[in-house]
Design a protein around this ligand. Structure first.
Ligand code: HEM
Length: 187
């Protein structure tokens, strides 16, 4: 087990949980509850929340970008060094296309998440329709989690017993050609 990869995974998944959880709470808990207050109280609450939540948004985006890019580069290097699928694994699985789609969606999510807690005039239109853009951002974030799970499934699979021990998904195949073990491959 690689401790760097494990740390990156922990950081990435925890940041994703906070991001998606925060969006769901804001859309389905906070926003409906705030509609019970008058406009002046709502504005004060929004401002008080904004000041406290902004560092979490900036920190979350930074962590997701840093851990995600590192993860992507390390995985690419491994696939290349071990010659998965005779060098064709990325093309056969469309991994790069999935990554590209995920990355673009993540940038849109980051934009809306920043706009929702921002103060700039340029993003006021987002805060004028908070419920709509929170729903859109949450939907995009769910799509990103689904694409991420898909990407992961492309190179992991069930563990199996070999010679009395457990061979972990992701270990090299007995063929020694560097491709993922048969149990891990999408045929
Ligand atoms: C809203 C933003 C994001 C969310 C909610 C998110 C969510 C996730 C989740 C849940 C996983 C783990 C999937 C699993 O283990 O089943 C994952 C993996 C990953 N993410 Fe993200 N992510 C986000 C942004 C990013 C960004 C910006 C990048 C790249 C710059 C990135 C790159 C990756 C990579 C390379 C993996 C590993 C996929 C694999 O196992 O092959 N993510 N992401």
């Amino acid at each position: 087990m690689d401790p760097t990869l494990l740390l990156l995974r922990w950081a990435h998944i925890l940041a994703a949980i906070i991001a998606v959880g925060g969006l769901a709470f804001a859309r389905f808990g906070l926003l409906p509850a705030m509609s019970e207050f008058d406009a002046a109280t709502r504005d004060r609450l929004h401002d008080a929340i904004r000041r406290r939540w902004l560092p979490w948004v900036i920190g979350g985006i930074t962590l997701l970008l840093a851990s995600g890019l590192a993860n992507f580069l390390l995985f690419n290097a491994r696939v290349k060094a071990e010659g998965w699928g005779g060098g064709l694994w990325m093309r056969q699985t469309s991994y790069h296309a999935l990554f590209g789609a995920k990355f673009l969606l993540a940038l849109v999510i980051f934009y809306f998440a920043s706009g929702l807690v921002g103060r700039g005039q340029g993003t006021q239109w987002i805060r004028n329709a908070r419920a709509t853009w929170l729903s859109v951002t949450l939907g995009l974030a769910v799509a990103v989690v689904m694409i991420s799970g898909w990407m992961r499934q492309l190179h992991t699979g069930p563990n199996e017993m070999i010679d009395g021990g457990v061979r972990m998904a992701g270990d090299l195949d007995a063929t020694g050609d560097g491709s993922p073990p048969a149990a891990d491959r999408e045929e």
